[in-house]
Every structure is written in C-alpha cells, then in structure tokens.
Design a protein around this ligand. Structure first.
Ligand code: ADP
Length: 455
C-alpha cells in the first residue's frame, strides 16, 4: 500500500479521498488553488501544496504544477477525483513517466472511452448493446440526414468529445437537423476542442441506469449493481438512487454482465461506470463509460457496504480485489441529493458567498459528504456542488421519507441552494411511484415555477 498520495482535486471529493486515506493509514497531501486555501480538504490533509491561482487552467488543470507538488512532497500516487484531470489520458501518461501511480485505469482505456465514437465502436465489437446510430463520426450533413431518415426521428446530435450533458441537440425532423448540425459542430469545437459529432436515435422515454464496476490489475472484475440517475435537469443528475425501481435481480445480472464484457474488452482497471439507457420494455443501451469515481458513488457504497474509494487506492497499489461477485449483495435502498449552490427559482443561477451558518442533518441512516463549514467562502470559480446528502433505509418508501426529513433538518445560510426544489421532487407522484424517465424533472420544474408566480 502507498504511504503517501497527492489529491489533485477540491471540494467534497477531496475530503472524501482524505478520509479514505486516513482509514488506510496513508498520508494525504492536498493540492489546492489560492481560492481553496481555507478549504476543509486543506484543513484535514496531512500536508497541502498551493498549485496556483483560482482559475482551474492555472491550478487544478495545471499538470506540471501537480506533478511538481507530488514530487516535492514525496507522493507515490495521485488521486484525480472526478472532473478536472480525472479523464485526461495524457496526464495519466505523464504521471507514469515520473514514476507516480495514477489512481485510475490505463491511459489507453481513458483515451478509448473519452471518445464517444471509439467508445461506441469498442462496445459494439465487445457485444454490448448500443443506441442505434452512426458508425463513427458524422462526415457531412448529408450523411446525418440520410441516417436520420433511415432510423426515424427524433434523433440526437452528440459531441464525440463531450461530457456533463453539454452540447447535445434533439432534432425532431429534417429541417431541425439541418438547422442544428453546424451550430452543434461549432459549439462542440468551442467547448471540447473537438468538433466531431455522432448521431443517435433519440429515445424519448428512458431511464439513465448505470453499472458500477471494480477491476484489479490481476484480471479480476466485478459489478456492484446499478444506480438510477433518471432525475436529471438539462441532462445533469440531481437525485440518484440504488437500486433502480425498474431493475429486477435478473435484469441487474444481465446489465452487470454486459458491463463486465465492456470492462474485459478494454482491460479496464480500477473503479468505473458503464452508463446505459433503459427503455420501458427492459432493453438497455450503452451510452458511455466514465473512467473514474463518480459523484454518486456513495449510494452504491450504502447498499453494498463496499467502500469504492478505499478499493481504488488498494487496486492502484496492486492489491488483489478480494470481493467476489457472489459477495455483492444489494441491501435496502439509498438516495443521494446533490445540494448545489444555485437558486432554483432563478433558473439555477450559481450563488456564491460566505456560509454564515451550517447545520448538516444527522440521525439514523444519514450520510453527508461535504466540504462545508460555518464561515466557508463558496468560490465562484468551480462547480456549484456544496454537499451530497445521502440516506439509507430498508426500502425505497422509508428512504424517501428519511431524505425529506434530512433535507428539512439541513440549515445552510449565506447562499441559495437546490434543497427547496429537491423537496418538491421528493413529493412528486412520478418520483414517489418510481416511474421516472430522464425528462420528467423538466415538467415538474415548469409546474413548480408556475405555482410560485401565482401564489
Ligand atoms: P454526457 O457525457 O455529456 O453526460 P451522455 O451520453 O452520458 O452525455 O448522456 C447524458 C444524458 O443525456 C443521459 O443521461 C440521457 O438523459 C441523455 N441521453 C443521451 N443519449 C440519449 C439518447 N440517445 N436518447 C435519449 N436521451 C439520451
């Protein structure tokens, strides 16, 4: 096992990794930007190194500063968390060149799955079902139209190098496809430095169901069941849960086996997530693989009792994954609410400021992953995640009741948060019935805002 590692991230995930390190007896060094000098991760770490000013290109994305920080402090490995450099194949390569272990998969696996065209082709070849669509990058608008006419509308234009639900466009007919093609291409070029687009059949009523996997360096891989992340706003997840109300043990086994086929096809190592869309008939289609730990990983930890971040560290240090597939049992139900510093009444506009008062929820079955403390200044430079409120209960109904209780107990003064909207969501009939698809949140949102203006 490592004796010291560098954490190349911030916010709640940096704190989460520090905690895992301390439980394993590893010294944690946190790399921080000037904006994060007084962060909880810096306070809880054994050492901290400033890697640059607030803007992330000059700090959390500054590869040479991070490598230097690791070398100066004598770290054997770097944990990239999520976002920032976590899916950067080049960074993983540079780490290796300096004799530092990158806590994640190989650069080749990252590169392959970072490109949605390559990802689709690789998974199709491995026998994993994919959404019907283009074989590769779209070469011209004519090709897009021809394919769309053959598949039928609606279709989805998707940036090959995209992420975070950004830059996708649904075209309902040929005129829209013609209209969106060039804009989508130039937007993708501007946002991701890669103008390549692919075309997929747009599946109107689907769930987002993803399978968590763990694989060691000795060829042993398991899946840890699914998370249902259908509660999304503009393709971004806001509430996640495990297990999915739509997944039976039989379907779980089939999806898990499909995910593992993908894992084996690319010799995947470490924690990863295979994302699928699941239709009402029980058909599932691969959309992408995330080659890193995910924000919503704790719901899986709560229902399986398996600590994913600790396993990331153990696997990266070369240990055998001692958990067998038959050891993985899904127990009870877990829900996560992403509490963001955003104002849901103003189109989720980011809210920055000082946390004047903070009282996290507690009591039975509650877990809070957060970097907040009273007096903390929420910087405007990074994503708006403040806290992940998690609950576990023996069944879904009790988990929903527990989450409502936990969110109602929570006090955060100083910034606006998404909690008021999440409470509305938890009371919604579609959610309560477990009947979510990826578009239902938009409808709830519209009704909620309308009720606000009339009362
Ligand atoms: P990103 O990498 O930007 O997050 P994904 O491919 O993971 O993009 O898709 C994000 C979300 O977009 C999915 O969770 C789903 O809600 C929606 N989506 C993606 N592909 C399709 C599709 N073919 N049909 C319907 N919805 C889709």
């Amino acid at each position: 096992m490592f004796s010291k590692i560098l954490i190349a991230n911030r916010g709640e995930i940096a704190v989460r990794i520090v905690r895992a390190c301390h439980e394993l007896g590893i010294r944690a060094v946190v790399a921080y930007s000037e904006a994060d000098r007084y962060s909880l991760a810096v306070r809880t770490a054994d050492e901290a190194v400033c890697i640059g000013p607030a803007p992330s290109p000059r700090s959390y994305l500054n590869q040479s500063a991070l490598i230097s920080a690791a070398l100066i402090t004598g770290c054997e490995a770097i944990h990239p968390g999520y976002g920032f450099l976590s899916e950067n194949a080049y960074f993983a390569e540079i780490c290796a060149q300096y004799g530092i272990t990158f806590i994640g998969p190989s650069p080749d696996a990252i590169r392959l799955m970072g490109d949605k065209v390559e990802g689709r082709n690789t998974m199709r070849a491995a026998g994993v079902p994919i959404v019907p669509g283009s074989d590769g990058e779209l070469q011209s608008i004519e090709e897009a139209v021809e394919l769309a006419n053959a598949m039928g509308y609606p279709v989805l234009l998707k940036p090959a190098g995209g992420g975070g639900g950004r830059g996708m466009r649904v075209a309902n007919d040929e005129a829209e496809l013609n209209r969106f093609y060039l804009t989508a291409k130039s937007e993708a070029e501007a946002a991701f430095g890669n103008g390549a687009l692919l075309l997929e059949k747009y599946l109107p009523k689907v769930r987002h169901v993803e399978i968590q996997v763990l694989a060691d360096t000795h060829g042993h891989a398991i899946h840890l069941g699914e998370r249902d992340c259908s509660s999304q706003r503009r393709h971004q997840k806001i509430v996640e849960e495990a297990p999915s109300p739509a997944v039976s043990p039989e379907l779980r086994a089939r999806m898990g086996e499909a995910a593992l086929k993908g894992v084996r096809a690319i010799n995947y190592v470490n924690a990863g997530t295979m994302e699928f869309l699941l239709d009402p008939e029980g058909n599932f289609y691969f959309i992408e693989m995330n080659t890193r730990i995910q924000v919503e990983h704790p719901v899986t930890e709560l229902v399986t009792g398996i600590d994913l971040v600790r396993w990331q560290l153990r696997i990266a240090s070369g240990e055998h994954l001692t958990v067998q597939q038959s050891d993985v049992q899904i127990r009870g139900h877990a829900i996560e609410c992403r509490v963001n510093a955003e104002d849901p009444e103003r189109d989720f506009m980011p809210s920055v400021g000082e946390i004047q008062y903070y009282l996290p929820p507690g009591g039975p079955g509650v877990r809070v992953d957060s970097h907040l403390y009273p007096g903390y200044m929420v910087p405007g430079n990074y994503d708006s995640l403040l806290a992940k409120m998690l609950v576990w209960a023996p069944n879904r109904e009790e988990a929903i009741a527990r989450m409502k209780r936990a969110l109602t107990e929570t006090v955060i003064h100083g910034v606006k948060t998404t909690i008021p909207f999440q409470l509305v969501l938890l009371d919604d009939e579609v959610f309560v019935d477990g009947d979510m698809s990826t578009r239902y949140v938009a409808e709830i949102m519209t009704n909620w805002l309308a009720s606000k203006t009339t009362t």
